[in-house]
Design a protein around this ligand. Sequence first.
Ligand SMILES: Cc1cc2nc3c(=O)[nH]c(=O)nc-3n(C[C@H](O)[C@H](O)[C@H](O)COP(=O)(O)OP(=O)(O)OC[C@H]3O[C@@H](n4cnc5c(N)ncnc54)[C@H](O)[C@@H]3O)c2cc1C
Length: 362
Amino acid sequence: MEPTLVIVGAGIVGLAHAVEGVRRGMRVVVLDRDERAVGASIRNFGHVCVTAQDGHALDLALAARRTWLDLSERVGFRVWRAGTVVLARADDEMAVLSQFARLRGDSQVRLLDKVPLPLVADDVVGAALLPLDLRVDPREVVPALAAWLSARGVDFRWRTAVTSVEPGLVRTTRGVVAADAVVVAVGHDVDRLLPDLADEAGLTRCRLRMFEVASPGGHVVEPAVLSGLSMLRYAGLAATPAAADVRARIARTRPELLDAVVNLMFTQRPDGNLVVGDTHHYALTHGPFLDEDVDELVLREAARLLGVAALTVRRRWTGVYASAPGEFLVAAPHPTTRVVSVTSGIGMTTAFGLAPTVLDGL
Ligand SMILES: Cc1cc2nc3c(=O)[nH]c(=O)nc-3n(C[C@H](O)[C@H](O)[C@H](O)COP(=O)(O)OP(=O)(O)OC[C@H]3O[C@@H](n4cnc5c(N)ncnc54)[C@H](O)[C@@H]3O)c2cc1C
């Protein structure tokens, strides 16, 4: 009898563990409280943001990149390989790109003579291409992966909320499931199942504001696009000496962007619309009320970045991910259980790198 791996949560982290469990010949059961995955994994930019990571996250991202490319062939979803363009709109931002290029070399970071985008702000002073980065459409890949796994024998039980995980079994709203091993991949809801573990890890919830806007002029923008604000957000870019100058200048001239923790960036959807964001607001419990001025700030800045007067909003939403002092939470409340949460907003980039390391330890 093959061992049974029970996975709680059908977001990208749960699915990555399911892919890995199947690869290792395990019997895999995935439990999710919803009718389909509607969490962070379908609400994001689909940006496989490899190069801007640092240290352990960079290693996981490079491994995950290989799996994304492999799965794209086997599952049959599209991966965009045009990389990421990082725009610099001030000398200190250009210094970050130059330092990053020197550090990582040509295979990872290329300074560009010309900005390869159809739309761009007129204050852009330079840009870099991160050619290893990928893009996927999260709204396509998450259900596609679940369907593909299901066809390979993974037992998905939807609308089945897990109420507790104990050695050898998982209790759910639809009865008890026996398990040789359990991976709890519930994203930002670890505290609902294991409150003490969540408190110990310093877990909180980060809520982001997101927009889908019509692409001005219907232009195609193949790469993901990051801005100077992204240089403060991603560990690899933020580790360059010049990043401190970028932060100090923005704090002096545009403090409202730091107050709302804006990471101005966008990716394009298959229908041509641009996914634009984002903001970061941290709390254990988020109230339901959204201030319009924060949305206006992001949309105004995004329009400026694209060099247009205004953007036409097609959709708005919020997304929540788990946040903690470390980039990843991997905990073992008992020997056959692992709690896995990407606590830094990079689950699309790293989940496929993380899952094999977690199953190695189980
Ligand atoms: C707006 C936004 C933009 C982002 N952009 C990017 C990006 O471009 N690139 C990137 O790398 N990362 C990005 N991220 C981060 C990334 O989306 C997350 O790290 C990742 O999706 C987390 O995956 P997950 O499977 O842990 O969580 P989720 O996708 O939230 O899945 C958790 C699942 O667990 C289920 N669940 C919870 N509790 C229970 C229970 N008790 N019983 C049963 N089921 C349960 C939920 O129903 C849910 O389906 C972004 C995040 C957000 C919110």
